[in-house]
Write a protein that binds this ligand. Structure first.
Ligand code: FE
Length: 331
């Protein structure tokens, strides 16, 4: 026994068996940092992170095949998780703890990926040019009253693809086809930039209503000490068919991972009460568990009627959504 321990000790310290975890992350490292530090201190597992766009990371893992160093892939949209699953990059996450705390609609039905945090895709509008009474659900944005007012990024953005996918499920293909025709006509400008740029474009008067992910706006709003955003208000879209669209940031464990045990430990940590609170508050997101007590700003901004589609079904609609957006001429 003693010899076994000694050998293991030597192997770890000569890096032949490294007690490590390699994360390929589509989330910026700064956003993950407070969590990584905590996890490293708790476990003695050394975490290495490679950050890039989800598509690039997925391609890299495909190319490297079984020689990839990646243990975990973290993405910021269910569409990419689904994509990685279809490319057969993941193995099942076997953890009763995780199954217990993550609602079914926020994880893969075969447990190939799991959601870690939630975000909504809502409207931000200029209160001087848009009347609150005029706001309804997503579908209403095809109405001519929105002509020249709408700001949104391009159709190759996965957040938009997931929103349209969810609309197809909620409203049906026919209605969404008609919606897209009118919606694209109402754009204030050719889609460009990220979600934050759409908010800035309201401030510069280029348009009046932006469709953005909640955390970008909530962070800007909370840090807005000079009242630059005082004329902007958020709105949670809702009508008889669809409530406010939700998406996840999430993760899967890579099929060829040599550190599966560490990978599961890490995901369990992110989904623990402690991990969830940090993850949500640092990133201005909503926790995926419903038993987390948030700071007052986030708890105030987490109360809205949430759409409750099964996210893997939303993700499976991705190709159809892209096709329809393209036909409608959404650049
Ligand atoms: Fe984002």
């Amino acid at each position: 026994m003693r010899i076994y321990i000694l050998i293991t000790y030597l192997l770890i310290n000569t890096n032949i068996i490294a007690n490590e975890l390699n994360i390929f992350s589509a989330r910026q490292e700064v956003l993950m940092k407070p969590l990584l530090d905590k996890f490293e201190r708790k476990t003695d597992i050394k975490v290495n992170i490679i950050a890039a766009k989800a598509n690039q990371l997925i391609n890299k893992i495909v190319q490297e095949g079984e020689f990839t160093k990646a243990d975990i892939l973290i993405t910021t949209d269910v569409g990419r998780l689904h994509n990685a699953k279809e490319k057969d990059l993941f193995q099942k996450i076997t953890s009763k703890k995780i199954e217990k705390v993550v609602p079914k609609i926020f994880r893969d039905k075969d447990n190939y990926w799991v959601g870690l945090s939630l975000r909504s895709r809502f409207f931000v509008y200029n209160k001087n040019t848009v009347k609150k009474e005029d706001l309804k659900g997503y579908l209403d944005l095809r109405d001519i009253k929105w002509s020249n007012k709408i700001l949104i990024r391009s159709s190759n953005n996965v957040y938009n693809q997931s929103l349209i996918s969810a609309m197809i499920i909620n409203y049906g293909e026919k209605k969404v086809t008609k919606f897209l025709e009118g919606f694209v006509e109402n754009f204030a400008r050719k889609p460009s930039g990220g979600d934050r740029d759409q908010i800035r474009a309201i401030l510069s008067g280029e348009g009046d209503l932006a469709i953005v992910n909640s955390y970008y706006y909530l962070k800007m709003k909370n840090e807005d000490k000079n009242g630059k955003l005082k004329d902007l208000i958020e709105y949670y879209p809702q009508d008889n068919f669809m409530n406010t669209h939700l998406n996840v940031s999430g993760a899967g464990i890579i099929k060829s991972s040599k550190n599966k045990g560490n990978a599961i430990k890490f995901l369990e940590f992110l989904l623990s009460k402690e991990g969830q609170k940090i993850y949500a508050e640092v990133n201005y997101e909503y926790p995926i568990r419903n038993d987390i007590k948030l700071n007052s700003f986030m708890s105030k901004n987490s109360k809205f009627v949430r759409d409750d589609l099964i996210l893997s079904e939303v993700a499976a609609m991705n190709k159809k959504a892209i096709f329809m957006m393209d036909i409608a001429g959404w650049k």
